[in-house]
Design a protein around this ligand. Sequence first.
Ligand code: SF4
Length: 739
Amino acid sequence: MNNKLFAPDPVNDPFGPTPAYSTGLRLDTGVEPDKLVATHCCFCGQQCGILLKVKANEVIGFEPRYDFPFNQGKLCPKGVKRYLQGAHPDRLLHAYERDSSAPGGFKALPYEQAIHRVAAEIERIQTQHGPHAFALLSGASLTTEKTYLMGKFAHMCLKTSNIDYNGRLCMVSAAAGNKKAFGIDRAANPWSDILGAQVVWISGANVAECAPITTDYVWQAREHGAKIIVVDPRITPIARTCDLFLPVKPGRDSALFNGVLQLMIENDWLDHDFIANHTVGFDAVAEHVREWTPARTAQVTGIAEKAIRQAAEWWGTAQSSFMMHARGIEHHSHGVQNVLGAINLVLASGRIGRENCGYATITGQGNGQGGREHGQKCDQLPGGRDLANPEHRAHVAAVWGMAPDELPQPGVDAYEIFRKIERGEIKGLLSLCFNPVVSLPDNHYVRAQLEKLDFYVAIDFFLNETARYAHVVLPGSLHEEDEGTVTTTEGRVIKINKAIDCPGDARQDWRIIQDIAKALGRENGFTFVDPAEIFTELRRASQGGVADYAGITYAKIEAQQGVFWPCPDEAHPGTPRLFEPDSWNLVAQGKGPFYFPDGKARFNVAPYAPPAEDVDEEYPLMLTTGRVISQFLSGEQTRRIGPLLDNYPEPRIELHPALAAQLGIADGDWCTAETRRGAVTLQAQVVKTIRPDTIFIPYHWPGRRSVNQLTIAAQDPISKIPEYKVCAVRLRKAEANGA
Ligand code: SF4
């Protein structure tokens, strides 16, 4: 029996044990590697280049990869230690099935037997309850080839509507806002355009901890004289070096953007030619923001009027600028409105589509960009096409060799899948690299629904906290055990190169999916021999779509150090900067520069609404959540890398000294944060870098330390992103841990 497997014990240990972590003993000690493999970091959307040192089918260390232009050899602490995870004793080497009589609740079984059991359960559930009774949850850290295959597997093989992905928790508000304003969902500029900007505006992005290499770009811009504006409820590390800090109350971002736009209009800091020639909708937005006087904006946002005026003047009068944002404005029940408010400032300034004039959202997950383009979203087909659009269905169906009518209609988002489980509409689930027990809000509810499933199969390389609820676990592949493409935060398609083979019975994820299709007797369309063949089909499926990869090849990626999409044919060099007025490919098609039939960008009214759950007498504080530099997302990987865990071993509750004094809490005291959904007891970290009306807890931990016991499952009505960044909470000193 593998002693690292533990099914949940609802009575004694509902959360399961915490994994022991790697001690880092495999630190590179000068051993000569067999080879160096040029690839990329497995963690965030920056996708820094790295050289992995390989010896005897093990990754034993790394070297800086100076030739990759984005990071030029630089890495953050996660990138430096990423190679240690492969040696962890928790690495899944076999398939397992739940067996209450086995120690730990799981017993190993042969891979082929596990595949046949999975196929038999899918067949049984779909025969008894219909095709949509089986759902899939997928990941945005996977290569684009895998995400494409997952969408095809759902829509062609299983013919279920119910597939969604964990980018639902990450990027979808930005994606929806970008599509509404620009007609395309991608960062508008390469990061090199940050360097020459006169003003860099960063809203809701803890850049130095969540996208550390971007700090270098911001600081280089500052060295060149740029003014840096940071908007955040916390004085994050990037805020400590900015020129103007706006300490916004959580959930009030669209109010700030509206107030700044009103000042730009009042002072005529507008690009009238750009607005007239390249946009529509300005008048309605101007009318809407009229009520957002500096005094009202200050009252709603909690930011001093003087600081709002200063930000508006710097932004309004700059000759060049770069606006960037991340989950801080997107993780809200009105996240799309926040994004649209930010874009309105960019469009009003006319500073986009030119050198050093840009806009971007910073992706979170490794393939946060590519993972949302090619069909694993509940309403999407490859190429950024829409599952509900007849023309789009016809194109993809032709590539897949099926009738358009055979494709299911759009399904529901990841959280709604759990509500469908509760209602008995979904009976079976397959997950691939998704850990919703840690990452979804109000996670007591999530666990309860997992227990209701007739059958659940999890594919992963570690037994994550969600997989403990599975009936069958299939051993998938680590980043370095496969090849494929990933699209970075800049929109640059890059190549992940295979460094080692999968150990034991573990398989590359795309092989596992194809094995299930074969065992179902539905292997037609699932006989790819390698990721290159999947990518070749993906290129055809995306051709003519907004996210057009038709002209991208593995060879071109290697030759150019990445290819920016759209890239419609092999002679095309790719498109690093979107929306350039003379963009030849779009003008030739009679479209550009923006991706609407008239080629114009859209202003959108971005009304302010308070958070779904605002403070009151019972719960008088605001809770906001986020990341720390040494951990990544649900922590499945980084909590198993000893040096990273040593850096920040346990989550803490950040609170301001004024609040601490009011509640009688000292630094290091145990205290309990409680919302209407649950409570956590953690040690206090008293810091001056947070608003006194707000507390912060990082979200990388499971079980009793999981802040997602507290967060609210309110979702944005358009993007369906959950409101992780604000809910009402109360705080009290606890007697001891767990009190
Ligand atoms: S910034 Fe992101 S991609 Fe780069 S090393 Fe750190 S975690 Fe990896």
